[in-house]
Design a protein around this ligand. Structure first.
Ligand code: PMP
Length: 361
Protein backbone atom coordinates (compact mmCIF):
# COMPACT_ATOMS: atom_id res chain seq x y z
CA UNK A 1 0.00 0.00 0.00
CA UNK A 2 0.98 3.65 -0.20
CA UNK A 3 2.88 4.58 3.01
CA UNK A 4 0.16 7.04 4.04
CA UNK A 5 -2.20 4.10 4.63
CA UNK A 6 -0.16 3.20 7.72
CA UNK A 7 -1.55 6.39 9.26
CA UNK A 8 -5.00 6.81 7.73
CA UNK A 9 -8.09 5.58 9.49
CA UNK A 10 -11.50 5.05 7.93
CA UNK A 11 -14.06 7.78 8.54
CA UNK A 12 -15.85 7.27 11.86
CA UNK A 13 -19.48 8.29 11.48
CA UNK A 14 -21.67 9.23 14.45
CA UNK A 15 -23.14 6.29 16.34
CA UNK A 16 -26.19 4.77 14.69
CA UNK A 17 -29.60 4.58 16.34
CA UNK A 18 -29.46 0.78 16.43
CA UNK A 19 -26.00 0.75 18.04
CA UNK A 20 -27.15 3.07 20.82
CA UNK A 21 -30.41 1.19 21.35
CA UNK A 22 -28.49 -2.00 21.88
CA UNK A 23 -25.62 -0.57 23.93
CA UNK A 24 -27.81 1.46 26.30
CA UNK A 25 -30.93 -0.72 26.32
CA UNK A 26 -33.10 2.23 25.27
CA UNK A 27 -36.26 2.13 23.20
CA UNK A 28 -36.26 5.63 21.79
CA UNK A 29 -33.20 7.35 20.37
CA UNK A 30 -33.00 10.86 18.92
CA UNK A 31 -30.08 11.39 16.54
CA UNK A 32 -28.70 14.92 16.50
CA UNK A 33 -25.21 14.06 15.33
CA UNK A 34 -24.95 14.20 11.55
CA UNK A 35 -26.82 17.38 10.59
CA UNK A 36 -29.58 15.41 8.92
CA UNK A 37 -32.98 17.00 8.28
CA UNK A 38 -35.29 16.23 11.23
CA UNK A 39 -38.29 16.58 8.89
CA UNK A 40 -37.00 13.79 6.71
CA UNK A 41 -37.43 14.49 3.02
CA UNK A 42 -40.13 15.89 0.74
CA UNK A 43 -43.42 13.97 0.55
CA UNK A 44 -43.33 14.69 -3.19
CA UNK A 45 -40.17 12.59 -3.38
CA UNK A 46 -41.79 9.88 -1.27
CA UNK A 47 -44.83 9.78 -3.54
CA UNK A 48 -43.03 9.56 -6.88
CA UNK A 49 -39.70 7.91 -6.14
CA UNK A 50 -41.22 4.53 -6.92
CA UNK A 51 -41.47 5.58 -10.60
CA UNK A 52 -37.70 5.18 -10.85
CA UNK A 53 -37.79 1.62 -9.55
CA UNK A 54 -38.11 0.03 -12.96
CA UNK A 55 -35.72 -1.35 -15.58
CA UNK A 56 -33.15 -1.85 -12.88
CA UNK A 57 -31.15 -4.07 -15.26
CA UNK A 58 -30.22 -0.93 -17.26
CA UNK A 59 -27.28 1.24 -16.18
CA UNK A 60 -28.24 4.74 -15.07
CA UNK A 61 -27.57 7.74 -17.29
CA UNK A 62 -23.96 8.40 -16.28
CA UNK A 63 -24.34 12.01 -17.35
CA UNK A 64 -27.55 12.47 -15.27
CA UNK A 65 -29.21 14.39 -18.10
CA UNK A 66 -32.65 14.94 -16.57
CA UNK A 67 -31.24 16.12 -13.29
CA UNK A 68 -28.62 18.18 -15.10
CA UNK A 69 -31.26 20.00 -17.15
CA UNK A 70 -33.45 20.60 -14.11
CA UNK A 71 -30.64 21.85 -11.89
CA UNK A 72 -29.06 24.00 -14.62
CA UNK A 73 -32.41 25.74 -15.09
CA UNK A 74 -32.82 26.25 -11.33
CA UNK A 75 -29.34 27.72 -10.96
CA UNK A 76 -29.37 29.62 -14.27
CA UNK A 77 -26.10 28.03 -15.30
CA UNK A 78 -25.13 26.15 -18.42
CA UNK A 79 -25.51 22.35 -18.22
CA UNK A 80 -21.81 21.92 -19.01
CA UNK A 81 -20.93 23.67 -15.75
CA UNK A 82 -22.20 20.83 -13.54
CA UNK A 83 -20.69 17.59 -12.25
CA UNK A 84 -22.63 15.09 -10.12
CA UNK A 85 -21.21 12.86 -7.42
CA UNK A 86 -22.10 10.03 -5.09
CA UNK A 87 -22.55 12.67 -2.41
CA UNK A 88 -20.45 15.82 -2.54
CA UNK A 89 -17.89 13.60 -0.76
CA UNK A 90 -17.19 12.05 -4.13
CA UNK A 91 -16.75 15.43 -5.82
CA UNK A 92 -14.01 16.14 -3.27
CA UNK A 93 -12.39 12.82 -4.00
CA UNK A 94 -12.52 13.54 -7.74
CA UNK A 95 -10.95 16.97 -7.20
CA UNK A 96 -8.10 15.43 -5.22
CA UNK A 97 -7.53 12.68 -7.80
CA UNK A 98 -7.41 15.26 -10.56
CA UNK A 99 -5.30 18.02 -9.01
CA UNK A 100 -3.10 16.51 -6.29
CA UNK A 101 -0.04 14.29 -6.34
CA UNK A 102 3.21 13.95 -4.39
CA UNK A 103 5.15 17.21 -4.53
CA UNK A 104 2.00 19.36 -4.56
CA UNK A 105 0.31 20.93 -1.55
CA UNK A 106 -3.20 21.89 -0.56
CA UNK A 107 -4.48 24.42 1.99
CA UNK A 108 -7.47 24.22 4.31
CA UNK A 109 -8.71 25.51 7.64
CA UNK A 110 -8.60 23.45 10.81
CA UNK A 111 -10.97 22.27 12.11
CA UNK A 112 -13.09 21.90 9.01
CA UNK A 113 -14.76 19.08 7.12
CA UNK A 114 -12.20 16.23 7.46
CA UNK A 115 -12.64 14.67 4.04
CA UNK A 116 -10.56 17.36 2.29
CA UNK A 117 -7.52 16.37 4.29
CA UNK A 118 -8.21 12.66 4.04
CA UNK A 119 -8.49 12.59 0.25
CA UNK A 120 -5.53 14.92 -0.21
CA UNK A 121 -3.31 12.65 1.90
CA UNK A 122 -4.31 9.63 -0.15
CA UNK A 123 -3.04 11.43 -3.25
CA UNK A 124 0.28 12.03 -1.50
CA UNK A 125 -0.09 15.82 -1.32
CA UNK A 126 1.23 17.92 1.54
CA UNK A 127 -1.66 19.25 3.64
CA UNK A 128 -1.28 22.77 5.07
CA UNK A 129 -3.79 23.45 7.80
CA UNK A 130 -4.54 26.99 8.93
CA UNK A 131 -6.19 27.23 12.37
CA UNK A 132 -9.51 29.05 12.58
CA UNK A 133 -9.23 32.38 14.39
CA UNK A 134 -12.02 32.77 16.93
CA UNK A 135 -13.78 30.06 14.96
CA UNK A 136 -13.46 31.83 11.59
CA UNK A 137 -11.43 31.01 8.47
CA UNK A 138 -8.17 32.97 8.47
CA UNK A 139 -8.42 33.80 4.77
CA UNK A 140 -5.39 36.10 4.69
CA UNK A 141 -3.17 33.51 6.32
CA UNK A 142 -4.44 30.87 3.90
CA UNK A 143 -3.49 33.10 0.96
CA UNK A 144 -0.12 33.93 2.44
CA UNK A 145 1.10 30.31 2.45
CA UNK A 146 0.29 29.64 -1.21
CA UNK A 147 3.35 28.75 -3.27
CA UNK A 148 4.10 27.42 -6.75
CA UNK A 149 3.18 23.89 -5.68
CA UNK A 150 -0.20 24.78 -4.18
CA UNK A 151 -2.97 23.24 -6.27
CA UNK A 152 -6.17 23.41 -4.22
CA UNK A 153 -7.56 25.60 -1.41
CA UNK A 154 -10.64 24.44 0.48
CA UNK A 155 -13.14 26.92 1.89
CA UNK A 156 -16.08 25.56 3.83
CA UNK A 157 -18.86 28.15 3.97
CA UNK A 158 -20.70 27.83 6.30
CA UNK A 159 -17.92 25.96 8.04
CA UNK A 160 -18.44 22.55 9.60
CA UNK A 161 -18.10 22.17 12.63
CA UNK A 162 -18.44 25.85 13.62
CA UNK A 163 -21.47 26.76 11.46
CA UNK A 164 -20.35 30.33 10.81
CA UNK A 165 -19.65 32.08 7.51
CA UNK A 166 -17.30 34.48 5.81
CA UNK A 167 -19.00 37.32 3.94
CA UNK A 168 -19.34 38.39 0.32
CA UNK A 169 -16.73 41.11 0.83
CA UNK A 170 -14.28 38.64 2.39
CA UNK A 171 -14.86 36.15 -0.40
CA UNK A 172 -14.36 38.79 -3.12
CA UNK A 173 -11.15 39.93 -1.50
CA UNK A 174 -9.94 36.34 -1.24
CA UNK A 175 -10.69 35.52 -4.88
CA UNK A 176 -9.02 38.69 -6.12
CA UNK A 177 -5.84 37.80 -4.28
CA UNK A 178 -5.79 34.08 -4.98
CA UNK A 179 -3.42 33.19 -7.82
CA UNK A 180 -5.01 31.54 -10.84
CA UNK A 181 -2.94 28.35 -10.59
CA UNK A 182 -4.81 27.43 -7.38
CA UNK A 183 -8.27 25.87 -7.56
CA UNK A 184 -10.61 27.27 -4.89
CA UNK A 185 -13.14 24.70 -3.68
CA UNK A 186 -16.05 26.43 -2.00
CA UNK A 187 -18.02 23.81 -0.06
CA UNK A 188 -21.59 25.06 0.40
CA UNK A 189 -23.11 21.87 1.83
CA UNK A 190 -25.32 23.91 4.19
CA UNK A 191 -26.18 26.84 1.91
CA UNK A 192 -29.95 26.17 1.97
CA UNK A 193 -29.91 26.99 5.69
CA UNK A 194 -28.16 30.34 5.36
CA UNK A 195 -30.28 33.35 6.27
CA UNK A 196 -27.85 36.26 6.29
CA UNK A 197 -27.62 38.60 3.32
CA UNK A 198 -23.86 38.78 3.83
CA UNK A 199 -23.44 35.26 2.50
CA UNK A 200 -21.41 35.29 -0.72
CA UNK A 201 -23.35 34.71 -3.91
CA UNK A 202 -20.51 32.71 -5.37
CA UNK A 203 -22.54 31.61 -8.39
CA UNK A 204 -22.39 35.23 -9.54
CA UNK A 205 -18.58 35.04 -9.46
CA UNK A 206 -18.36 31.88 -11.52
CA UNK A 207 -17.95 33.69 -14.85
CA UNK A 208 -15.16 35.76 -13.42
CA UNK A 209 -13.02 32.96 -12.02
CA UNK A 210 -11.75 29.97 -13.89
CA UNK A 211 -10.22 28.63 -10.67
CA UNK A 212 -13.42 28.26 -8.64
CA UNK A 213 -15.67 25.26 -7.99
CA UNK A 214 -18.70 25.33 -5.70
CA UNK A 215 -19.86 22.05 -4.17
CA UNK A 216 -23.35 21.39 -2.81
CA UNK A 217 -25.41 18.42 -1.72
CA UNK A 218 -28.88 16.91 -1.51
CA UNK A 219 -27.91 15.30 1.82
CA UNK A 220 -28.65 18.15 4.19
CA UNK A 221 -31.70 20.43 3.74
CA UNK A 222 -33.15 18.18 0.99
CA UNK A 223 -32.94 15.24 3.39
CA UNK A 224 -31.63 12.70 0.88
CA UNK A 225 -28.42 11.69 2.68
CA UNK A 226 -29.18 7.99 2.23
CA UNK A 227 -29.25 8.25 -1.55
CA UNK A 228 -25.83 9.91 -1.88
CA UNK A 229 -26.04 12.71 -4.38
CA UNK A 230 -24.19 16.00 -4.56
CA UNK A 231 -22.81 18.28 -7.26
CA UNK A 232 -20.14 20.74 -8.28
CA UNK A 233 -20.56 23.96 -10.28
CA UNK A 234 -17.60 25.45 -12.14
CA UNK A 235 -16.57 26.79 -15.48
CA UNK A 236 -16.64 24.17 -18.21
CA UNK A 237 -12.84 24.07 -18.34
CA UNK A 238 -12.73 22.80 -14.73
CA UNK A 239 -15.58 20.32 -15.22
CA UNK A 240 -13.85 18.92 -18.32
CA UNK A 241 -10.72 18.28 -16.27
CA UNK A 242 -12.67 16.52 -13.50
CA UNK A 243 -14.96 14.33 -15.61
CA UNK A 244 -12.36 11.65 -16.54
CA UNK A 245 -11.78 10.96 -12.82
CA UNK A 246 -15.49 10.37 -12.23
CA UNK A 247 -16.69 6.81 -12.12
CA UNK A 248 -18.92 6.29 -15.21
CA UNK A 249 -22.15 5.45 -13.36
CA UNK A 250 -21.45 7.12 -10.03
CA UNK A 251 -24.99 8.29 -9.20
CA UNK A 252 -27.85 5.82 -9.17
CA UNK A 253 -31.03 6.14 -11.18
CA UNK A 254 -32.96 6.39 -7.91
CA UNK A 255 -30.75 9.16 -6.53
CA UNK A 256 -31.01 11.14 -9.77
CA UNK A 257 -34.78 10.82 -9.84
CA UNK A 258 -35.11 11.75 -6.16
CA UNK A 259 -32.99 14.85 -6.70
CA UNK A 260 -35.20 16.01 -9.59
CA UNK A 261 -38.31 15.49 -7.44
CA UNK A 262 -36.69 17.26 -4.49
CA UNK A 263 -36.01 20.31 -6.67
CA UNK A 264 -39.71 20.38 -7.56
CA UNK A 265 -40.79 20.82 -3.93
CA UNK A 266 -39.67 24.29 -2.92
CA UNK A 267 -42.17 24.44 -0.05
CA UNK A 268 -40.31 21.64 1.73
CA UNK A 269 -37.06 23.61 1.67
CA UNK A 270 -38.86 26.75 2.85
CA UNK A 271 -40.46 24.91 5.76
CA UNK A 272 -37.14 23.29 6.63
CA UNK A 273 -35.45 26.69 6.64
CA UNK A 274 -38.12 28.44 8.72
CA UNK A 275 -38.37 25.69 11.32
CA UNK A 276 -34.61 25.61 11.60
CA UNK A 277 -34.40 29.35 12.24
CA UNK A 278 -37.04 29.17 14.98
CA UNK A 279 -35.64 26.12 16.72
CA UNK A 280 -32.07 27.33 16.47
CA UNK A 281 -33.18 30.55 18.17
CA UNK A 282 -34.67 28.50 21.03
CA UNK A 283 -31.39 26.64 21.42
CA UNK A 284 -29.44 29.91 21.36
CA UNK A 285 -31.77 31.40 24.00
CA UNK A 286 -31.14 28.32 26.13
CA UNK A 287 -27.37 28.72 25.75
CA UNK A 288 -27.61 32.44 26.60
CA UNK A 289 -29.63 31.65 29.72
CA UNK A 290 -27.04 29.11 30.86
CA UNK A 291 -24.10 31.28 29.86
CA UNK A 292 -22.83 28.79 27.28
CA UNK A 293 -20.92 30.31 24.38
CA UNK A 294 -21.57 29.17 20.82
CA UNK A 295 -20.56 30.18 17.32
CA UNK A 296 -23.18 32.16 15.38
CA UNK A 297 -24.52 29.49 13.04
CA UNK A 298 -25.98 29.78 9.55
CA UNK A 299 -26.54 26.03 9.45
CA UNK A 300 -28.72 23.36 11.02
CA UNK A 301 -26.26 22.77 13.85
CA UNK A 302 -24.74 24.69 16.71
CA UNK A 303 -21.30 24.23 18.22
CA UNK A 304 -21.68 24.89 21.93
CA UNK A 305 -18.84 25.42 24.40
CA UNK A 306 -19.16 23.63 27.73
CA UNK A 307 -17.59 23.82 31.19
CA UNK A 308 -17.05 20.02 30.93
CA UNK A 309 -15.53 17.92 28.16
CA UNK A 310 -17.53 17.20 25.04
CA UNK A 311 -17.07 13.50 25.71
CA UNK A 312 -18.63 13.78 29.18
CA UNK A 313 -21.66 15.59 27.85
CA UNK A 314 -21.96 13.22 24.88
CA UNK A 315 -21.91 10.22 27.20
CA UNK A 316 -24.55 11.75 29.48
CA UNK A 317 -26.78 12.49 26.50
CA UNK A 318 -26.30 9.00 25.08
CA UNK A 319 -27.50 7.53 28.35
CA UNK A 320 -30.61 9.62 27.94
CA UNK A 321 -31.19 8.61 24.34
CA UNK A 322 -29.59 11.47 22.38
CA UNK A 323 -26.77 10.98 19.91
CA UNK A 324 -24.69 14.17 19.50
CA UNK A 325 -21.15 14.90 18.29
CA UNK A 326 -18.44 15.52 20.88
CA UNK A 327 -16.16 18.47 20.17
CA UNK A 328 -13.18 16.34 21.17
CA UNK A 329 -13.65 14.33 18.00
CA UNK A 330 -14.16 17.48 15.94
CA UNK A 331 -11.04 19.32 17.10
CA UNK A 332 -12.78 21.73 19.47
CA UNK A 333 -12.49 20.31 23.00
CA UNK A 334 -15.03 21.22 25.68
CA UNK A 335 -17.81 21.53 23.17
CA UNK A 336 -20.55 19.55 21.49
CA UNK A 337 -22.06 19.95 18.05
CA UNK A 338 -25.82 19.64 18.15
CA UNK A 339 -27.94 19.23 15.03
CA UNK A 340 -31.09 21.38 15.22
CA UNK A 341 -33.83 18.77 15.47
CA UNK A 342 -37.57 19.00 15.99
CA UNK A 343 -38.74 21.46 18.63
CA UNK A 344 -39.97 18.89 21.16
CA UNK A 345 -36.81 16.81 20.81
CA UNK A 346 -34.69 19.93 21.31
CA UNK A 347 -36.60 20.79 24.49
CA UNK A 348 -35.80 17.34 25.80
CA UNK A 349 -32.12 17.51 24.92
CA UNK A 350 -31.85 20.99 26.47
CA UNK A 351 -33.41 19.69 29.69
CA UNK A 352 -30.98 16.82 29.73
CA UNK A 353 -28.00 19.14 29.18
CA UNK A 354 -29.21 21.45 31.94
CA UNK A 355 -29.53 18.53 34.32
CA UNK A 356 -25.94 17.51 33.67
CA UNK A 357 -24.59 21.05 33.97
CA UNK A 358 -26.48 21.66 37.23
CA UNK A 359 -24.46 18.82 38.76
CA UNK A 360 -21.21 20.39 37.59
CA UNK A 361 -21.64 23.82 39.17
N1 PMP B 1 -19.30 19.13 3.18
C1 PMP B 1 -19.63 19.35 4.44
C2 PMP B 1 -19.23 20.63 5.07
C3 PMP B 1 -20.34 18.38 5.17
O1 PMP B 1 -20.64 18.61 6.45
C4 PMP B 1 -20.70 17.17 4.53
C5 PMP B 1 -21.49 16.10 5.24
N2 PMP B 1 -21.17 15.85 6.53
C6 PMP B 1 -20.32 16.99 3.22
C7 PMP B 1 -19.64 17.99 2.57
C8 PMP B 1 -20.58 15.73 2.48
O2 PMP B 1 -21.90 15.52 2.22
P1 PMP B 1 -22.43 14.49 1.17
O3 PMP B 1 -21.29 13.61 0.73
O4 PMP B 1 -23.48 13.72 1.86
O5 PMP B 1 -22.93 15.31 0.03
Amino acid sequence: TKPIFNQLKPYVPGKTIDEVKEAYGLERIIKLASNENPFGFSSHVQKHLQDAVTNLEIYPDGYARKLRTKLAAELHVDETKLIFGNGSDEIMQIICRTYLEPGTNTIMATPTFPQYRHNALIEGAEVREVPLVNGYHDLDEMLSIIDEQTRVIWLCNPNNPTGNIFTQAEFDQFMKNCPEHVLVVLDEAYMEYVGTEDFPNALNSLEEYENLIITRTFSKAYGLAALRIGYGIAQESVITKLEPAREPFNTSVIAQHAAVLALEDKAFIEKTFEQNVETKQELEDFCDRLGLRYYPSETNFLLIHLPITGDEMTEHLLQNGFIVRSGEALGIPHSIRLTIGKKDHMKEVMNSMEEKLAKVE
